[in-house]
Write a protein that binds this ligand. Structure first.
Ligand SMILES: N[C@@H](Cc1ccc(O)cc1)C(=O)O
Ligand SMILES: [Cu+2]
Length: 644
């Protein structure tokens, strides 16, 4: 890869195998356990890549810097100066925009081709002989892994893989010796944090490395907080992913989180919304929580590969739906607020393979193999017909994310969550894990239960005639209503109202909608943010998200002391009226702050009747019904007579 002039974004140049196959981007835990040579290369190459001089255009530092901070033009692509107007943001990344998914695909391809450079270099450094042969061979099919944050981790293993949290990792180094080395997935070590003066404002330059859940006082990363917080809202997140993949059929609704008055109650969610939630839950006020800094955390790349994968899966299930022109939500390096963004809008700063023009959404929509990779679920070449291929995708999706909410509930042993939860919370008070070497973690498994049983016998009575109502909480708010990143957490049941710090780990937390608004005060956190809303144009941008409730309702039904009897509206409506609540907190500073309400906040509850087919697959084609009586009278709740 040349490092001067226009850099062509090629991904890893690959010719298809004789059967049409392409190398796979695999799940991290699968890679670690089943492809140890690839995993070994990942560790060594990522270290090498991260160590590149920060002034090199294809260094980790500079590639990460395309997304947000330090707001510098990259690859010879000048920036639009409009972003400096009050409502704009620096950097090239696209969010709440129709280009959200497509822009990130060449971005990941660029990361992968740069990482691959290091993979090649490393493989060749092994001593001549069988070791080198082995690693050179493995290097050919090396692709960036993904972190599947939605499927159920195998029992006894953490929702946040140790590959991200262990400070050191065991590797076979290029001298052929097995040793312990600093883990490049754990954090990125800036060298230095401000290679040019003021790359980062004080709020960020205080951290010499990327951090997760930084202690607000000491700035220490608290990685042990991530796993319990991922586990606590996992069942709802997983339903969200199944709903997105199996019930959304329109690209615009599926892809991004912008809300408008025509949004129907079955389409408040989006892949961008669940993606935001992962930024929030893994960042905890550290780098992942902010669009300005998230791409510096190595986790960002594996998270976004998963987002790209979910899109690839969805797109192959819905090949005829693609983006329709939409106005840019605000000005950035590559867009001007209000201008129409279409499938032909240049995805700057990513030059295409010719290095003379930019990639467009249209050019990268159809297949990931343009960039030399596929996913386990998208091995199209294995099937004779499109319908066979789609049936296989559906099967793979339902095996990982739950054939239906009942099978998911049973397989994931959600029932045991209450006990498990107490243990997790206890583990939070323990000191961070010592520097342990990575031991191969169990890969995600297709659980037998999900495959076997359409509706487990013990839950059959809750879906008479194989029909049941699926319940969701829909949320919308002004994206920039608080002048910073905030979330709305949804609870079902009592919580400690007085302690915002405890809310994400309350057992009764069901799920959240996280809004990654950028801080409008670039100098750092502003203490008046909760109290005041900003009144510029960006304030008008409305975003939405959804929190699936059904699995939490099932938990409450099974847990007899709640009194809830069924999923039917006559039981659920009064139950939700008394038990459903939500809290708004600002999260960018690492300190949880109760913000009461956000401008434009509307929370509503909707349900749709789902029929489970013979094969256990849910049919989501029904309409959604909104129940304003549940939220009427609560702050920010939809009122009766009000339109969604
Ligand atoms: N937090 C719960 C989900 C839940 C939330 C609220 C409830 O009332 C019940 C269940 C879990 O870990 O699975
Ligand atoms: Cu992201």
């Amino acid at each position: 890869m040349t490092t001067t002039g226009n850099i062509a974004i090629t991904g890893i140049p690959t010719t298809a195998g004789p059967d049409g196959s392409f190398p796979l981007r695999r799940e991290l835990r699968d890679l670690q356990r089943n492809f140890p040579d690839h995993f070994n290369l990942l560790v060594l190459a990522l270290k090498d890549f991260q160590a590149l001089n920060e002034s090199v255009q294809t260094s980790y530092y500079q590639i990460a810097g395309i997304h947000g901070l330090p707001y510098k033009p990259w690859n010879g692509v000048g920036s639009n100066t409009d972003w400096q107007s009050t409502s704009g943001f620096g950097g090239y990344c696209t969010h709440s925009s129709i280009l959200f998914l497509t822009w990130h695909r060449p971005y990941l391809a660029l990361f992968e081709q740069a990482l691959y450079n290091s993979v090649q270099a490393i493989a060749k450094q092994f001593p001549d002989g069988p070791l080198r042969t082995k690693y050179v061979e493995a290097a050919k099919t090396f692709r960036t892994p993904y972190f599947d944050w939605a499927s159920q981790p195998p029992s006894g293993s953490s929702a946040f893989p140790s590959a991200f949290t262990a400070p050191t990792v065991q590797v076979v180094d290029v001298d052929g010796k097995t040793k312990s080395t600093a883990n490049p997935l754990y954090r990125f070590v800036f060298h230095p944090v401000n290679p040019s003066p003021d790359d980062f404002p004080a709020q960020w330059s205080r951290y010499p490395t990327t951090v997760r859940y930084p202690n607000p006082r000491t700035g220490q990363s608290q990685d042990n907080r991530v796993a319990p917080i991922l586990a606590n809202e996992l069942a709802s997140l997983r339903t969200n992913v199944s709903l997105l993949l199996l019930s959304y059929t329109n690209f615009d609704a599926f892809s991004f989180n912008r809300w408008d008055p025509s949004t129907n109650p079955g389409e408040f969610g989006s892949l961008e919304d669940v993606h935001n939630e992962i930024h929030d839950r893994t960042g905890g006020g550290g780098h992942m929580s902010s669009l300005d800094t998230s791409s510096f955390d190595p986790l960002f790349w594996l998270h976004h590969v998963n987002v790209d994968r979910l899109w690839a899966i969805w797109q192959d299930l819905n090949p005829d739906s693609f983006l329709s022109p939409r106005p840019a939500p605000y000005s950035t390096f590559n867009s001007t607020e209000g201008e129409s963004q279409t499938k032909d809008t240049p995805l700057t700063p990513f030059w295409d393979k010719s290095a003379t023009k930019f990639w467009t959404s249209e050019a990268i929509k159809d297949t990931t193999t343009t960039f030399g990779y596929a996913y386990p679920e998208t091995q199209e070449w294995k099937y004779n017909t499109p319908s066979e291929y789609q049936a296989a995708i559906r099967q793979a999706v339902t095996a990982l994310y739950g054939t239906n909410v009942f099978a998911n509930f049973a397989a994931a042993n959600v029932q045991a969550r209450a006990t498990e939860h107490t243990q997790l919370i206890k583990s939070l008070s323990l000191p961070p894990p010592p520097s342990v070497p990575i031991t191969a973690e169990k890969p995600l498994l297709i659980t037998q239960k999900m495959k076997q049983s359409p509706i487990p016998d013990s839950l059959q009575h809750l879906a008479p005639n194989n029909k049941y109502p699926e319940w969701v909480v829909n949320i919308r708010a002004h994206k920039h209503g608080l002048g910073g990143a905030f979330r709305v957490i949804v609870f079902l049941g009592p919580i400690d109202e007085t302690d915002p710090d405890s809310w994400p780990t309350e057992f009764n937390a069901v799920g959240r909608v996280s809004v990654l608004a950028r801080s409008t005060t670039q100098g750092g956190p502003n203490t008046t943010k909760c109290a005041k809303c900003i009144t510029d144009a960006a304030d008008e941008l409305m975003v939405s998200g959804t929190v699936p409730l059904t699995s939490a309702l099932l938990q409450d039904i099974v847990n007899e002391n709640t009194g809830l009897q069924s999923l039917q509206p006559e039981d659920v409506v009064p139950y939700l009226k008394s038990e459903l609540k939500w809290k708004v907190t600002l999260f960018e500073t690492g300190e949880e702050k109760d913000c009461g309400e956000v401008p434009g906040l509307r929370v509503s509850v909707a349900s749709t009747e789902v029929t489970i087919g013979e094969d256990g697959l849910p049919d989501y084609s029904g309409e959604y019904v909104v129940y304003p009586e549940i939220t009427d009278g609560k702050p920010g709740g939809l009122r009766e007579g009000e339109h969604i």
